[in-house]
Design a protein around this ligand. Structure first.
Ligand SMILES: [Zn+2]
Length: 139
């Protein structure tokens, strides 16, 4: 059965972890292939995660997808959406005590975006989530 729970990163956001034992998995597998390890139905505040992934990766994917919801990303992709979601995820993984996962995503950040997370922090105006945190002090 799919595991469904409220995300520890944000109240009201539900997470469905679907693995190959679920009959829905065959329908969702192509979407996981297209969209990466997880994806989000923003209007429903529902995140789907590939349960075949290791637990630490699932947690990173959950934080990343919650980041998309919190940042108000819609179906039309903004150029900075992925940077913002990763930045949000790194901050909130660390806040929740997932420092190993936060470190891992910080390393991935550079591979995914071509510049480091620290570099991004020095240019907060370019990245919505970072400007909210480092200039306004909240997300
Ligand atoms: Zn994303």
């Amino acid at each position: 059965m799919a595991k469904i729970f409220e995300s520890e990163f944000r109240k009201g956001v539900m997470v469905a972890v679907v693995d190959s034992g679920d009959y829905q998995y065959q329908q969702l597998a192509p979407l996981f292939t297209d969209y990466g390890y997880g994806f989000v139905a923003p209007d429903q505040k529902l995140i789907f995660i590939d349960g075949e992934l290791p637990n630490d990766v699932q947690k990173i994917v959950e934080a990343h997808e919650v980041g998309h919801i919190v940042m108000g990303h819609g179906s039309t992709k903004g150029v900075n959406d992925e940077v913002e979601a990763d930045s949000w995820a790194i901050l909130y993984l660390r806040k929740a005590g997932y420092s190993k996962e936060a470190d891992r995503l910080t390393i991935e950040f550079k591979k995914r975006h071509g510049f480091s997370y620290n570099h991004a922090k020095n240019k907060p105006n370019k990245i919505k989530v970072l400007s909210k945190i480092f200039i306004n002090g909240a997300v």
